[in-house]
Design a protein around this ligand. Structure first.
Ligand SMILES: *[C@@H]1O[C@H](CO)[C@@H](O)[C@H](O)[C@H]1NC(C)=O
Ligand SMILES: *[C@@H]1O[C@H](CO)[C@@H](O)[C@H](O)[C@H]1NC(C)=O
Ligand SMILES: *[C@@H]1O[C@H](CO)[C@@H](O)[C@H](O)[C@H]1NC(C)=O
Ligand SMILES: *[C@@H]1O[C@H](CO)[C@@H](O)[C@H](O)[C@H]1NC(C)=O
Ligand SMILES: *[C@@H]1O[C@H](CO)[C@@H](O)[C@H](O)[C@H]1NC(C)=O
Length: 462
């Protein structure tokens, strides 16, 4: 069930309906070549008979063995017990705990680059009852660079499956530092991770006190083993993982359908034109990612012609072009996700909500309550104060990846004053379907974008 062969789009949806079964085939080989055997032993008929008898017996035994294997060893991650036992010693020794029996809530924040997801993730990172991981699949992209985004989806799903069970040895698999064990400080986002930077793993902060941690302070935390982090993970009732690298919710279908995991998806979306603008402005931070995303463009798809044919050629806009080209891939997958959600498959029932970044900054507290209710968390006074402080500050966003208090409405509208009409039209062409489902209004004229009193939001269809 879990380890369905990972088929590339567009056959995902079909595959999940059919539930194909795959089995681990044991390799049955008969070494002796009967022709040669007979030739050599022609005169010794009794020996020949004996040899055949032996051969037939062996074959039957093999068959029986194969049959047994076929019944009891479906090629499935479900048998993690076995897999873990065989594989673990290659990486590190852990004390094998009984599989999770606690009724944990697991949450995946499904989003894409520049959706305000660092800020959104902070709403979980800060909650004293939540174990939060920021972008763990980054390790896969680093290790397998420059793999295309699509081919890495299966590995990402397997990683998630391990992480949700608090098995962090998977980080060792994608270790880029040869001959060195991965420690807590090597986990991506460690200097912002409230658990890693708090007691008992680190003396500087407390997980039960809401408030941002200072990256420069956290960098001085003593490195701890991943087992120590696993031990902390086990203590929490809610595990939240935020990622931009799962492109399509269909990739998560086997995990969502797994009744032993109580997994829910919070889909954080943002106006694609704002995403494009933000990608352009942070292009130095996203060069490698742009490449990996663009490499996974569907070759079977008819590519939309560029709105402005000279766009790529113009040197000034060359790297802007790549940022916008990545939107084709991102929006295609966003659209796939939305189609799946609208079709209402049983594995997604009650397990999905969509949150628009624009609604989050417009009504932070209401959105927080809505999201928390969905994942069975309560909004404490501290969290309430925290989110208000984060969204109503007056400073402009300076560093693209920095989470800080800023005027959220201003951040949501920045693209409208910066993008040119051809850039806007290009993104709208790539993202037309997703935009109409999510309630982002197209602009026809540049002045419609520039006039900030004109709302470009309408009700979403989800
Ligand atoms: C976990 O919680 C869900 C929802 O309340 C419930 O349906 C399920 O039976 C619980 N599972 C266990 C093992 O307690
Ligand atoms: C929600 O959380 C409470 C504790 O905060 C727990 O008792 C309850 O079982 C949880 N409900 C579900 C559906 O998980
Ligand atoms: C708001 O956030 C800023 C910066 O993170 C912090 O210095 C300040 O103390 C916070 N104010 C409140 C009331 O939490
Ligand atoms: C945020 O910026 C918008 C537009 O500049 C302004 O209208 C609004 O009052 C600002 N909000 C806060 C809380 O500063
Ligand atoms: C801006 O949009 C508002 C609302 O649609 C409209 O009333 C106003 O006339 C527009 N201003 C300009 C300068 O076009």
């Amino acid at each position: 069930m879990k380890n369905k062969p990972f088929l590339l789009k567009p056959s995902w949806e079909k595959t999940f309906g059919k539930k194909p079964r795959t089995y681990c085939r044991s390799d049955t080989r008969i070494i002796a070549n009967p022709g040669v055997v007979i030739k050599v032993l022609r005169q010794k008929k009794i020996l020949v008979f004996l040899a055949y008898f032996l051969l037939v017996t062996l074959a039957m035994l093999n068959l029986a063995n194969f049959k047994w294997a076929k019944e009891s060893q479906p090629c499935s991650l479900q048998m993690t017990e076995n897999v873990k036992f065989q594989n673990r010693p290659y990486f590190h020794l852990i004390n094998h705990k009984a599989p999770q029996v606690r009724n944990r809530t697991l949450v995946y924040v499904l989003t894409t680059w520049r959706s305000g997801s660092s800020f959104f993730g902070e709403l979980f990172n800060q909650n004293p009852g939540v174990f939060f991981l920021y972008e763990p699949m980054w390790h896969i992209w680093q290790k397998l660079y420059p793999g295309d985004a699509l081919s890495l989806q299966g590995a990402e799903r397997d990683m998630l499956s391990a992480l949700y069970r608090c098995d962090f040895s998977v980080f060792q698999l994608y270790n880029t530092q040869v001959g060195k064990n991965v420690a807590t400080r090597d986990v991506f986002g460690a200097p912002f991770n409230k658990v890693i930077c708090s007691y008992p793993l680190c003396p500087f902060y407390r997980k039960d006190v809401v408030g941002m941690v200072d990256e420069n302070v956290c960098k001085n935390c003593p490195p701890q083993s991943l087992e120590a982090l696993e031990e902390q993970c086990q203590k929490y009732d809610t595990i939240v993982i935020k990622g931009v690298r799962i492109l399509d919710i269909n990739v998560l279908a086997p995990l969502l359908a797994d009744s032993s995991l109580n997994l829910k998806v919070v889909h954080l979306v943002r106006d694609p034109r704002a995403l494009a603008n933000s990608r352009i402005r942070s292009k130095h931070g996203l060069i490698r990612e742009n490449l990996q995303v663009i490499r996974s463009r569907n070759p079977n798809l008819r590519h939309l012609p560029m709105v402005d044919a000279n766009y790529k050629a113009s040197k000034r806009d060359g790297s802007d072009y790549h940022s916008i080209a990545a939107m084709e891939v991102i929006c295609e997958h966003m659209s796939n996700t939305l189609k799946t959600v609208l079709s209402g498959p049983s594995w997604l029932k009650g397990k999905y909500i969509m949150v628009r970044y624009e609604d989050l900054v417009e009504n932070p507290l209401g959105t927080l309550k809505h999201v928390y209710q969905f994942v069975n968390l309560t909004v404490s006074r501290d969290m309430e104060a925290f989110i208000m402080n984060m969204t109503t500050g007056h400073n402009n966003p300076v560093e693209p990846f920095e989470v800080s208090s800023r005027n959220g409405t201003m951040a949501a509208n920045a693209w409208r004053t910066v993008l040119g009409i051809n850039q806007i039209r290009q993104v709208e062409a790539y993202c037309s379907h997703a935009m109409s489902v999510l309630g982002y209004v197209h602009v026809r004229m540049l002045w419609e974008a520039r006039n900030l009193s004109k709302s470009l939001l309408t009700l979403p269809r989800i």
